[in-house]
Design a binder for this molecule. Structure first.
Ligand code: GDP
Ligand code: MG
Length: 287
């Protein structure tokens, strides 16, 4: 059934993106990803499905699948991540202080989290269909010292924030907190946690801060390729428990991603375009 639906939305000639001279990763687009075996496609599109089988029957799956778009909607969302003459995706500017933050009006989403959790890698994976967009990824923790703004046409802005927790508490207090507190066009904050190590003390501090600001935020579980299903599930259930018992502004569903293997990237693209009002979901999607 799933493959049948997929086939319908990915007719030959369904244009996804005009590819530039930069090379595009083979899993960047749904069209390319769907050449893989169905089970693999399912886990690329809906990574939680991979873990579901390991869950005890008593565990309620609903919170993990609140946002469950159709493939059609994912295809729609993907188009917004393809740069064209009339819809330019580019790095816009960086800011080290709040008074350097660009005055942009589009809805904005930002990515925060510990240094090295995978923020820049995730932004790069989201923009992988427009590989000319330069997103810097470091080998050394704490490299991103600035807030980096990326424009997605007139639709929305994505902000890659400096990390916290590792030699960077100052950046966090001076940049991240005032930004989260005052940015008017910020529609959602994505708080990244490393799925292979689970919630750390610094993550809980960030979570507390997000709660204090009372602005809606979403947890993203990164690097899900880096550990086995057992460890990932333990970390995920622990996170779910914290979200359920200690938060009020957090979306109940954590988003699972691997920027390295493109797991969950299509789902997250769809969620971002939905949140920023850039696409309208079809009736078949849940949210
Ligand atoms: N295995 C794995 N490694 C990742 C993933 N995402 C990022 N990394 C690695 O984690 C390190 C830090 O990534 P980066 O995006 O710079 O983290 P940031 O400091 O939060 O921006 C880099 O060496 C990345 O290659 C992932 O999904 N899987
Ligand atoms: Mg970074």
């Amino acid at each position: 059934m799933f493959c049948l639906r997929l086939g319908l939305w990915l007719q030959p000639g369904t244009q996804v993106c005009v590819v530039s001279r930069h090379s595009v990763h083979k899993l960047s687009s749904l069209q390319q990803a769907t050449n893989l075996p169905p089970k693999k496609v399912q886990s690329l599109l809906y990574p939680f499905s991979e873990l579901e089988g390991y869950l005890d029957r008593s565990v309620d799956r609903t919170p993990f699948q609140l946002f469950h778009p159709s493939v059609e909607d994912m295809v729609k969302a993907e188009k917004l991540f393809c740069s064209s003459q009339s819809h330019k995706i580019d790095y816009y500017s960086s800011a080290e202080r709040m008074d350097h933050v660009p005055a942009l009006r589009q809805p904005e989403v930002c990515f925060i989290g510990r240094s090295n959790v995978g923020k820049s890698s995730l932004v790069k994976a989201l923009f992988s269909l427009s590989p000319e967009v330069e997103v810097r990824i470091s080998k050394t923790p704490g490299h991103t010292k600035k807030m980096n703004f990326f424009r997605v046409g007139k639709a929305f802005t994505v902000v890659d924030m400096p990390g916290y927790g590792h030699r960077a508490p100052k950046d966090f207090v001076e940049m991240v907190e005032p930004y989260l507190y005052t940015r008017k066009n910020l529609v959602r904050t994505f708080l990244l946690v490393d799925g292979s190590v689970g919630l750390q003390k610094a993550d809980l501090i960030a979570l507390e801060m997000c709660e204090e600001f009372r602005r809606p935020y979403v947890m993203v579980v990164t690097k899900i390729d880096k550990c086995g299903s057992g460890a990932l599930l333990t970390n995920l259930l622990n996170l779910h428990d914290v979200v359920k018992t200690q938060t009020t502004s957090c979306f109940p569903q954590p988003f699972l991603v691997s920027s390295l293997h493109f797991l969950g990237i299509y789902l997250l693209r769809c969620f971002i375009t939905h949140l920023t009002g850039s696409i309208r979901l079809s009736n078949t999607s849940q949210s």
